[in-house]
Each structure stands twice: as structure tokens, then as C-alpha cells.
Design a protein. Structure first.
Length: 240
């Protein structure tokens, strides 16, 4: 972590529906504005020097929403992907989807593969879109890969398991933000959040602009991460 700017920030973007309903609009309007906000936060992250941003766009549980809303979201993802890929590429953003994307329709899967391939050599910011992702699914798919690779496997250690998680090549998660007033992790990066700072805000996602991100990062910078050590031990390590 350089100058107290977190290297890896993850966000649970919550509150689109409530934002729209509060204005007498359909929930889908909240999702549309949510995409605009995602674009703003990506741009702000590039400017601030964040190296990796992981956005929770669609959880494994989101399939249980009304069919109309799920179809709207799928269509919105395709439109947003096709529309934004050029600008992302120009800004040095490498796009990566994490999650079980095999469950999405083929049109969306094609847009994903294309966007990932166009941006694969960029290295300013890695933008991970968690789609059909669940933290428990991630741990289980990692374990299953290890079992498949090593016949007779009887035990694993942390490093080996972590090497098969979808975040294996990414920096450690430093800061996990959730908008929309709930104070839960909701099966997001449950393994990766072990030492992350958690930041909860009542601000609904369509209102979470770049100044809100800066505020979260400022608060993060003022917190001391102890990893189980005492404050004194940390000061000594920093001095040496
Ligand atoms: C959260 O609000 C929204 C979602 C889970 C849907 C997907 C997110 C977006 C459309 C934002 C843009 C993202 C990208 C990367 C394209 P909610 O519907 O859970 O709101 P509520 O809690 O008020 O019902």
C-alpha cells in the first residue's frame, strides 16, 4: 500500500432500488444511474492510484429477484460493457469478470470474453466485476480444483487454497465498502476480507460519487491495521 492509498478496494453497490423508489421511479432507473456511478468510481480510482477495484454487480442470490428485473440487469450489463470497453481500454483499465459466468446468456458471455480480451494487456487498474459470484462458491471451486489436480489429496494449507481463488493474481483486499445502509458482507469476498478494513455508509449507490470514495479512503488511511499485533509492535515495525 503506497501513501495509504489502498491497493485493492471492493464495493458492495447497494441501494439502487430504494434510490429509485424514493423518487417515485421504477427500480430499473436506479440500476441505470448505478452504472453511471460505477463509471465515475472507476475513473476516480484510476486518478487516486488504486490498483485494483472489485465491484459486486450480481450475486448468486440475485437470480431470485423478479424475472423482469433479472432480464433488465442482463441487458444493462451487455449495453454497459459494449459501450464502456473503449474508454476503459483508453484509460489503461484491465477488465476481468470473477464468478460463475457460464450461467449467463451467450450474448452476455460473448461481450464479457470480448471486453476481457481487448483490455487484457492494460495495467493501470484492474477492474473486477463480480458476477454470479458468491464467497462460499469461490472457496468450494478452489477446493475442487485442488482435488481434481492432486489425486489422493488429504489436506491443504492457506497459501495453496488461496492460489485457486478467483482473486489469486490480485493484491490483498485492503478496503471493503458497502453502500445502502446494511452492515453485512452478504457472501461477498468472505475469505479475502479476513484482514480488510470494512466501511459501511448509509449513502445509496446512485449517490456514491467520487467525493464519497475519497471520504472512505481518507477514513481508511487513518485506521491502523494491526494483524493481531499490538499498536507498539506496529510502530516499531514502521520505524525499522
Ligand atoms: C444493488 O441495489 C444493485 C444490484 C445488485 C444490481 C447491479 C448493480 C448495478 C446496475 C450498478 C452498476 C454495476 C456495473 C459494474 C455495471 P439493489 O437493487 O439491491 O437496491 P435495494 O437494496 O435498494 O433494493
Amino acid at each position: 500500500m503506497k501513501n495509504n492509498i489502498p491497493e485493492h478496494v471492493a464495493i458492495i453497490m447497494d441501494g439502487n432500488g430504494r434510490w429509485a423508489q424514493a423518487q417515485g421511479k421504477k427500480r430499473t432507473k436506479g440500476h441505470k444511474v448505478g452504472v453511471d456511478r460505477a463509471r465515475e468510481i472507476v475513473e476516480a480510482s484510476v486518478k487516486l492510484g488504486v490498483r485494483c477495484l472489485t465491484l459486486f454487480a450480481f450475486s448468486s442470490e440475485n437470480w431470485n429477484r423478479p424475472e423482469e428485473e433479472v432480464s433488465f440487469l442482463m441487458e444493462l450489463f451487455i449495453i454497459a460493457l459494449n459501450r464502456e470497453v473503449k474508454a476503459l481500454n483508453k484509460n489503461g483499465v484491465k477488465l476481468k469478470f470473477i464468478g460463475d459466468i457460464g450461467a449467463f446468456n451467450s450474448k452476455l458471455q460473448q461481450s464479457i470474453v470480448k471486453a476481457e480480451s481487448i483490455t487484457k494487456d492494460n495495467d493501470r487498474l484492474t477492474l473486477n466485476i463480480a458476477a454470479n459470484y458468491g464467497g462460499r462458491w469461490d472457496i468450494i471451486q478452489a477446493a475442487n480444483q485442488l482435488i481434481a489436480e492432486t489425486p489422493g489429496l488429504s489436506s491443504v494449507d492457506e497459501t495453496t487454497l488461496a492460489s485457486k481463488l478467483v482473486t489469486a493474481d490480485l493484491p490483498e483486499l485492503d478496503l471493503l465498502i458497502r453502500t445502502g445502509g446494511e452492515t453485512r458482507i452478504s457472501n461477498f469476498l468472505i475469505w479475502q476480507a479476513a484482514y480488510a478494513e470494512l466501511y459501511f455508509t448509509d449513502t445509496l449507490w446512485p449517490d456514491f460519487d467520487s467525493s464519497e470514495l475519497e471520504k472512505a479512503i481518507t477514513i481508511f488511511s487513518g485506521r491502523q491495521r494491526r494483524y493481531g499485533l499490538t499498536g507498539e509492535q506496529i510502530t516499531k515495525t514502521e520505524e525499522s
